[in-house]
Design a protein around this ligand. Sequence first.
Ligand SMILES: [Fe+2]
Length: 327
Amino acid sequence: MNDSKLDALFRPVAKRLHANHMAFLGIRNTMRLAHFYNRIKFRRQDNWRRRLYETQLDALLAENGPPTRPRIEMQDGWAIDASLSLPYLDRVLGDSEKIIAERAGIRRSEPGKYRSYFQDVWTPADLEKYPSFLDFTTSSDVLSTVSHYLRNIPTLSTTLPSGIRFVESNAAFDDQPGKPHDSQLYHIDYYSLPNVYVLVLLRDTTPEHGPWTFLPRSISEKAARRLNYWTKQHGYRLNDEQIYSEVDRKEVIEFCGKRGTVLFIESSGCFHYGSRNSVKPRFQLMLGYLGACRTDFSEAIMPWKVYPVREADSRLRKMVLNKSMLP
Ligand SMILES: [Fe+2]
C-alpha cells in the first residue's frame, strides 16, 4: 500500500465510501470526492504527465521504439484492430498458449465466490517469465492510441482494475448460470475518468464465448443521462430491461473475432458487460490504463501492484509502469 499519513488517517472513511460500489454517497458524488482527494496526493504527477503529453509525446514514443503504423484512433469511445499486426502480439499469443495449457479449465474459487465465472489466472511472476506481455503493454503503437485518448501519459492501473489480467471466462464455474449477475450486467466503470482498456482475444471468440459486449460512448452517455445513472437512484449494475428501455438493441457491439484481435475502449464512458454464459471458455488479455488522478479510493485502501522497471527502459515505459515517478 502507498502508506502516506493522509491515507492512514482517511482509510476508514475511504473504505466506507468505496464499499458496495460507492453506494453510500452514490457513484458520481463519490467519484468527485475521490478525484479531489487524489488531486491532493498526485497533482504533481498528473500535471507533469499532462505537460509531457502536450509537449513531448512524439519524442517519448520515438525513444520508446517508433510506432510501426499510423495511430489507431478511438472513435465514439472505441476502436477495434483486427490486423493482427501490432508489435509483440505474436509473442503474446504464443506465450498465452503456454499459460492456457498450464492453467485453463480449473476452477480456483470456492462455491459462492464473487464473479466465479471470471478467473484471472495471471500471476506477478508472469511479468518476468513472459516479458512479451509488458512489451506489448508498453509498445508505442498501443501507448500512442491510449495517450491520445487520455490526453495524458498513462499509468498501468495499480489497483482496480488490475493493470494486467489474463482471464478465463467459463460458464462451468458460474454459481448462477443462465442468470446474468455482477459484471454480466451493464455498468460503466468508475475507477478513473477516462479509463481505457486494451482487450486482446487470446483465442477465436464468438457469441458462445460470452464476449465483452458494449454500447458506443454517445449512446451510453444519452442512456446514462436519461436513466439518472451513477446517482443513488440506481445500483452500479443495470439489467437489460433498464438499458433497452432507452437503447435500441441494434446498437450493441459484441467483441468477437479472430485470436489476436484488439479492442481499445473507454470503459468509463461505454456501458458494457461480459462473460455472460461463456458456454465455450473465453480467454482474454485485459490491460487497464488511466491517468495519475483516479476517481475512486482504491489506492488508499488496497495494496498496489508493482511492475518491474529496468534502468535501461525508455522514459515512457518507466512512466507507464511506475505511477509515482516524478522528473
Ligand atoms: Fe467494467
